[in-house]
Ligand binder design. Structure first.
Ligand code: SF4
Ligand code: SF4
Length: 238
């Protein structure tokens, strides 16, 4: 039977460490489990090997976290992934708080650098955006996300079409894990939203993308995002 690879892009959680501690952080629930978690070179090599064996090829991968620039393997791993040819593009998020790392040589490793601008070094980020066209700066609105499902939020009009990878697990979307934790639930409660890396590379198709409670607290649900942008959601009231 032919291999199934329905996903064109991947978000990879490369570290849960961060330079900030935002109230609205959708990934905050990771940190109490392991405050210094990093994607190891061994896991990177295993992932590349599996992609090569199975001819998986993505349009882009994007690093997320935490703050990806704190990932100790970011330079060697990015070079390795690029030379492997398993993805057309490599992108990264950053919160723009470590401008000293964002040298021309470092920025040259990426096809796109998406800066979530928290206002710490806005003038530097604007300068980088001016000089490097693949640096994109987005101002961030810091609103706490709901911890309980909001009513009437489906269909989700999801703005995210990527799967998520964290360590040896593959999630049907990058927000599934954090949303499960934010609901106070366990991964085992949502077996259809994730699988192990080996299962994924064996062709297990992750389905059931939209899930009532998970999508009804999610920042990638366009209905929720619009509420926040319009200032009509100010955080949990309970
Ligand atoms: S910068 Fe991003 S990852 Fe870091 S604490 Fe804030 S929202 Fe979370
Ligand atoms: S809206 Fe649903 S499918 Fe989309 S990223 Fe959020 S949890 Fe995932």
């Amino acid at each position: 039977m032919g291999r199934v690879n329905p996903h064109h892009a991947v978000s990879v959680f490369v570290t849960d460490m961060c330079t900030l501690s935002c109230q609205h952080c959708s990934q905050a629930m990771f940190r109490p489990e392991d405050a210094h978690w990093q994607w190891s070179m061994e896991d990177v090599e295993k992932w590349i090997y599996a992609c090569e064996v199975l001819s998986h090829a993505y349009d882009f991968i994007i690093y997320t976290g935490g703050e990806p620039l704190l990932w100790e393997n970011i330079v060697p791993a990015t070079r390795l992934i690029r030379s492997s040819g398993i993805t057309k593009e490599i992108r990264t998020f950053t919160n723009g708080t470590i401008p000293e790392l964002m040298t021309g040589e470092f920025l040259g490793l990426f096809d796109q650098v998406r800066v979530s601008d928290y206002g710490h070094h806005s003038h530097i980020m604007e300068g980088l955006q001016y000089h490097y066209k693949h640096v994109k700066v987005f101002p961030i609105q810091q609103t706490p996300l709901p911890s309980q499902p909001l009513p009437h939020m489906l269909p989700a009009n999801c703005t995210c079409d990527r799967i998520g990878i964290m360590g040896d697990k593959v999630f049907h979307c990058p927000n599934a894990y954090s949303n499960i934790l934010r609901l106070g639930k366990r991964l085992e409660d949502y077996q259809d939203l994730w699988c192990n890396m080996d299962e994924y590379h064996s062709g297990l198709f992750i389905k059931d993308r939209y899930t009532q409670d998970i999508c009804s607290i999610c920042i990638s649900n366009k209905r929720i995002r619009d509420l926040i942008i319009r200032g009509e959601y100010g955080g949990d009231t309970t």
